[in-house]
Design a binder for this molecule. Structure first.
Ligand code: PLP
Length: 411
């Protein structure tokens, strides 16, 4: 199933709800609308559906179902893990993380810093990797938590989570990983990874927005963030989002089933797209290590052109991609990830992220390859800034204009 006329290359931002997921959710939006805490059968049926979804989510993680706590999104999972680690060890006031985390971690760390906690943001190498010796050296006696994302959402670069978890264990420090970009792309096995906390967000793997989970290793000391009723065994208050949870459970099953497809078919399409662009369009460079990397992501810098201009032109012909900039009124802020990797502002502002998914076809890739080269040539022939101004006044770019008016970032 495809949205009409759209060639979607932004699967790291969000994904299309799978028809199977929609079908599984529908009864819980129509006839089965009970509250799982209610004592009558309408409630029991909803509670049973939540249990089934928890088992499916646990199968995705290779965890015990009791280690799964449903949340509202990846941001909540990250915030909760960081906050909990500080609260269970009041004497520890330091968090160690990286300079390329998603804003769901970095912005929360900045907030913690303003509240008196200490934060270390580890630098990255020019290929987006981190130095594990530096990580180990940066752990302090008062470090409450180390938080390192498994895959970077902008470049797809993977971090060695198993090794980092081993370092943290040997130093008796809790370890959280933001694994939001992983389901359906890589196998997850929390037992062999050895992490204490792991966050996921269902809209990144073909379920709807507004539902996620936090894996909490059994018997870990944990302080809930959302406090209220006894839902989620007292670990997260608030009436369960039953349709969302059911959707997440079905999407978890599909993610396991589609893993092979993503790794082979999607990787082949990504590689063809990336290699052809780098070979046929002059002044292009890939950002981030070639490997280890997510099979679906490619981040490419186009010299002497503003990514916003490319994005707008592609949007006009139905192609969705992300740019490596955050736009504020009148200016383009280069991505913190690309800047941390040492790209200069101009190159970061000329960067486009392509992120493919299971619904992409070879025809989509051909379509992009056919149109991209002339678009880049045209933009390079004009003044990039003038191009952006004229595009933003065009009625067909209303959505992009809205983005310009409010700060947006790459998800
Ligand atoms: N972490 C990463 C790596 C992401 O890509 C995203 C996506 O936006 C998030 C966290 C936040 O997830 P959510 O949108 O569900 O809050």
């Amino acid at each position: 199933m495809k949205s009409h006329g759209i060639r979607y290359f932004d699967n790291n931002a969000t994904t299309q709800v799978a028809p199977e997921v929609f079908e599984a959710m529908t009864p819980f939006l129509t006839s089965q609308w009970g509250n799982p805490s209610s004592a009558y059968s309408l409630g029991h049926d909803a509670a049973e559906a939540v249990n089934v979804a928890r088992e499916r989510a646990a199968a995705l993680l290779n965890s015990d179902p009791r280690e799964v706590v449903f949340t509202s999104c990846g941001t909540e999972g990250n915030n909760t893990a960081l906050r909990s680690a500080l609260e269970v060890s009041p004497g520890k006031r330091h968090i160690l993380t990286t300079s390329v985390e998603h804003s769901a971690t970095i912005k929360y760390c900045q907030y913690l810093q303003r509240s008196g906690f200490e934060i270390t943001l580890l630098p990255v190498e020019s290929d987006g990797s981190i130095d594990l010796h530096l990580l180990e050296k940066s752990i302090r006696p008062d470090t409450a938590l180390v938080s390192v994302m498994w895959a970077n959402n902008e470049t797809g670069v993977l971090f060695p989570i198993e090794e980092i978890a081993a370092i943290c264990r040997s130093r008796e420090v809790l370890f959280h990983t933001d694994a939001v970009q992983i389901p359906g792309k890589l196998k997850i096995d929390v037992k062999s990874l050895g992490v204490d906390f792991l966050s996921l967000s269902a809209h990144k793997f073909h379920a709807p927005k507004g539902i996620g989970l936090l894996y909490i290793k059994r018997l870990s000391r944990f302080q809930p963030y959302v406090i209220g009723g006894q839902q989620e065994r007292g670990l997260r208050g608030g009436t369960e989002n039953v349709p969302g949870i059911v959707g997440l459970g079905r999407a978890a099953e599909l993610a396991v089933a589609n893993l092979d497809v993503e790794d082979r078919r999607v990787r082949a399409m990504r590689d063809r797209l990336e290699n052809t662009i780098l070979r046929t369009i002059p002044g292009t460079t890939r950002s981030g290590a070639r490997e280890p990397r997510l099979p679906n992501t490619s981040n490419i810098a186009f010299d002497s052109v503003e990514a916003e201009g490319i994005l707008l032109k592609l949007d006009q012909i139905g192609i969705c991609v992300s740019s490596g900039s955050a736009c504020t009124t009148g200016s383009l802020e280069p991505s913190h990830v690309l800047t941390a990797m040492g790209l200069n502002a101009a190159r970061a502002r000329g960067s486009i992220r392509f992120s493919l998914g299971v619904y992409n076809t070879d025809d989509d890739v051909d379509y992009v390859l056919k149109h991209l080269n002339p678009i880049i040539a045209e933009l390079r022939a004009e003044s990039p800034r003038a191009e952006i101004r004229s595009e933003s006044q065009h009625p067909s770019s209303k959505t992009r204009q809205r983005q310009r008016e409010h700060q947006v970032s790459v998800d």
